[in-house]
Design a protein around this ligand. Sequence first.
Ligand code: 5GP
Ligand code: ZN
Length: 113
Amino acid sequence: MADCLFCKIIAGEIPCSKVYEDEKVFAFRDINPQAPVHVLIVPRKHIACADDIKSCNSGSVKAVFEAVPKIAAEEGLSNGYRIINNCGEDGGQTVKHIHFHLLGGKKMGEQMV
Ligand code: 5GP
Ligand code: ZN
């Protein structure tokens, strides 16, 4: 997607602090971290949001979740972590390339919203 911020980051056109990559997945530090560890995990393939997950692209989402424990271990999150996906307007999604926030390094509050 020519006009997508995260596609540009994945392509190396915009710099980032990369923490992980494989054939299907790319992960980098959030520019505005909300926890001591705040990593954005994204599929290389452009999927706009969770609402656009279909059988033809869900393999990318599967790959994201297979990468999660590897990234969490690399980041030292042995005591747990939180994964958040914001979808669409009401979900508060600001970047329209599906991404999963991996948050950790502190005890999260019990409230989710
Ligand atoms: P959303 O609100 O869409 O779920 O999350 C988008 C996230 O992308 C935000 O947490 C925001 O801080 C992060 N972000 C926005 N622009 C950039 C950028 O240029 N680089 C990085 N590393 N993160 C970004
Ligand atoms: Zn994209």
